[in-house]
Design a protein. Structure first.
Length: 533
């Protein structure tokens, strides 16, 4: 999410989500902190979406209730995907929206925004030329240079060259693959590999990919026709995107698509199943197949399963576990490390250098990717002649000011930014303290001590009983628990008259924690329950 703010107006470019990292236990999704957007809500004139990937539109349904009245701009496919996400999560669609195409221009107070075509792994992706009173900002969005792509999907280099003649003050450049040499693989090369694999397969073929990769889905349909295979689609998001692409003319679906509940009626060698789940999402079709829990699809000896997507950072362990389970059931599993079955939608070093040379920006800010990739992009910029001091690497929350005299990072200004955790129906109610407790529980378990005592005399009527989960097997820890109860009984009887209110609970917590640490070298979460009668 990028906020562009001027004297009288502001607008947002994209509002994406990310998947939780390993330490974010129990968290479903991560979205941006929009505290600052609330502060400038009166100036906020638009949400502009460059394309329909979850890391660019996925947060919008979660902030829609607050900002849904702000006009939304995007291409037809992008808004179609966004509308579906809103209906799934909110039961309502977009309120005020405007469909744009490459070449269109939109005036937002002092800003004029022109949309230009860029090539990515989803249809209808655009970059932004933002005319401001202080100069031109060029936002490349997610892009690659693929000269074998259909003309209507290629990055518009001619338009970029025209922008350069006007003078580009600031270039925001996609640095996702800045640490990878050469150029990105083309879809043509991926299609050749997929065709060879599917043609030689003796049994069923199951291809898992991102549901938004419409061009690759189209190539799979063509391969299926050439190899006399019937096609079945699995996964709600995939089916939604395929139907949307069909409506907009991006896909032509064959007659005789197979319903997933009827796949067993067809010979294995005549089937191509296209599914979601390449990232091992817990309830996705492929994950369920991997553990034998899918209602209609069971992995069979001789199945060829192709993961036609990259491994998203943070998901590697889950994906590897899924691959092992699929292999254990007799399937042959192919993934990008084995064969070129996936092409990235992001430019690599040669492509990034070409864009820098073509646009000749006065200043450059690498965007997207991790810190190492941002710094790689900075090195590339220096290589093509952009001075080091004119390449600005910034973090979330930092404010960059574009002025007539140049560009500077406003060290004296910082806006509130960061990550907001989505957990179930809760948005932002899980904080670092909660994650710390979850991590503590996952590492050392929990112990609950329950006792009933008479308030007046301090006599223990019942207990103390100690219940543990995740500490040790109850039967193996029986002797330890017996000693723990004796310790607590003695401690509480002596200490009762010296404590008031919750202090007794704190004494129980401290005593049990110390006991477990000395006895077993672990520190479970201790919850004392003292019932006074």
């Amino acid at each position: 999410m990028v906020l562009v703010e001027g004297q009288g107006a502001a607008f947002v470019v994209d509002a994406g989500l990310m998947f939780p990292e390993d330490h974010m236990l129990g968290v479903d999704l991560v979205i941006p902190d929009v505290t600052y957007l609330r502060k400038v809500k009166d100036k906020l004139k638009a949400f502009i979406f460059t394309h329909g990937h979850e890391d660019h539109i996925g947060a919008y349904p979660f902030i829609w209730e607050e900002f849904g009245e702000v006009p939304v701009f995007g291409t037809a496919f992008t808004l179609g995907v966004l509308e579906q996400r809103l209906k799934d999560q909110r039961g309502e669609g977009l309120k005020e929206f405007f469909v744009v195409r490459p070449g269109d221009r939109v005036q937002i107070d002092e800003f004029q925004i022109e949309f230009f075509r860029v090539c990515h792994s989803i249809p209808d992706c655009v970059g932004l030329k933002i005319d401001t009173p202080q100069g031109i900002i060029l936002h490349m969005a997610d892009f690659k240079l693929e000269f074998s792509a259909p003309p209507y999907e290629r990055t518009d280099l001619k338009r970029l060259e025209e922008y350069a003649k006007e003078g580009v003050s600031l270039l925001l450049l996609d640095a996702t693959n800045a640490d990878k040499g050469g150029s990105s693989l083309s879809e043509e090369e991926v299609t050749t590999c997929l065709r060879d694999l599917i043609s030689s397969a003796k049994g069923r073929v199951i291809v898992a990919l991102f549901s938004s990769n419409i061009r690759r889905i189209g190539h799979l349909l063509s391969i299926a026709e050439d190899t006399n295979r019937r096609v079945a689609f699995v996964g709600k998001s995939l089916i939604d995107n395929v139907n949307l692409a069909k409506e907009m003319g991006y896909l032509e679906l064959p007659k005789g698509l197979v319903k997933i509940e009827e796949v067993d009626k067809f010979p294995p060698e005549g089937l191509l199943i296209v599914t979601t789940g390449s990232q091992a999402e817990p309830m996705s079709a492929l994950s369920l197949m991997a553990i034998g829990a899918h209602k209609y699809l069971k992995v069979k000896e001789g199945d060829l399963i192709i993961l036609s997507s990259r491994f998203i950072t943070g998901k590697e362990r889950s994906i590897t576990h899924m691959i092992n389970n699929l292999s254990r059931q007799g399937a042959e599993v192919i993934y990008p490390e084995i064969a070129p079955v996936h092409a990235s939608g992001h430019a690599q070093q040669e492509e990034l250098e070409l864009i820098m040379r073509l646009t000749r920006p006065q200043y450059l800010i690498p965007v997207h990717g991790e810190w190492r990739q941002l710094t790689y992009c900075k090195k590339l910029a220096q290589k093509v002649g952009i001075p080091e001091e004119r390449v600005v690497v910034v973090e979330d929350g930092e404010v960059v000011c574009l002025e007539k005299g140049g560009l500077r990072v406003c060290k004296d200004i910082r806006v509130e930014a960061g990550k907001v955790f989505v957990d179930g129906k809760g948005i932002g109610d899980v904080h670092d303290v909660v994650l710390r407790d979850r991590r503590h529980l996952s590492e050392d378990g929990i112990a609950v001590s329950v006792m009933v005592l008479k308030e007046e005399t301090g006599e223990i009527v019942s207990g103390p009983d100690i219940i543990t989960k995740g500490v040790f097997l109850e039967e193996k820890g029986a002797e330890i628990l017996k000693r723990a109860k004796e310790m607590l009984l003695e401690r509480c009887q002596k200490a009762f008259f010296g404590f008031e209110g919750v202090e007794l609970e704190e004494e129980v917590r401290r005593a049990l924690r110390n006991f477990f640490r000395k006895q077993i070298g672990r520190s479970p979460v201790v919850i004392p329950v003292v019932i006074r009668m």
